[in-house]
Design a protein around this ligand. Sequence first.
Ligand code: HEC
Length: 149
Amino acid sequence: MKKFVLAAAAVLFVLPAVQAADDPVAARKAIMQSVAASAGLSGGLMKGDIAYSPAAGKAAIASLNAAALSYGSFFPEGSDMAANTTASPKIWEDAAGFAEALAKFSAVTGAAAQASGKDGPADVDAFKAAMGPVLASCKSCHEAYRVQR
Ligand code: HEC
C-alpha cells in the first residue's frame, strides 16, 4: 500500500516531464513501430492470412488513431540531429506542411474509427473500406518528411 502511494505520488510529480518526453526520438519511433504493427495486422486481415474478426479490425484502427493523435508531440526543435532518427529537417523547415500531414493522418484514422463503431467493422469489406485511406497516408508523409540514413 505504502509503495503504491509513493508510486502514485511519483507519477503525479513527473507528469510534466513525461509530457515533454525525456526521449522524444525513442517515443516517436515506438509510435511508428506500433503504427507499422497495426498496418501489418491490417494487411494480414485484408489478405485473409489472419481470420477477420471485428475486434481485430477495431484494435488495428484504434491504435492507429491513437498514434495519429499523439504523434506530433514528439518533434522538439533540434531532434532531427539525433543519430538514430530518419525524421527530415523539412519537418521543422515546413512546420505548417508537417502539421497538415499530421492533421490528414488524424482525419483518416478518425474517420476509420468512426466507421468501425462500437464493435469494429462488421466484415472484411467494411474493414478494407475504412482502412484504405489510412494505408494510403503512410507513403505521402514518408516521402515528404523522412530521409534515408
Ligand atoms: C504524418 C507523417 C507520417 C505518417 C502519416 C506515417 N509516418 Fe511513419 N514515420 C514518419 C516519420 C517522420 C518517421 C521518422 C521518425 C524518426 O526516425 O524519428 C517515420 C518512421 C516510420 C517507421 C520507422 C520507425 C523506426 O523505428 O525508426 C515505420 C516502420 C513507419 N514510419 C511506418 C509507417 C506506416 C506503416 C504508416 C501508415 C500506416 C506511417 N508510418 C505513417 C512520419 C509518418
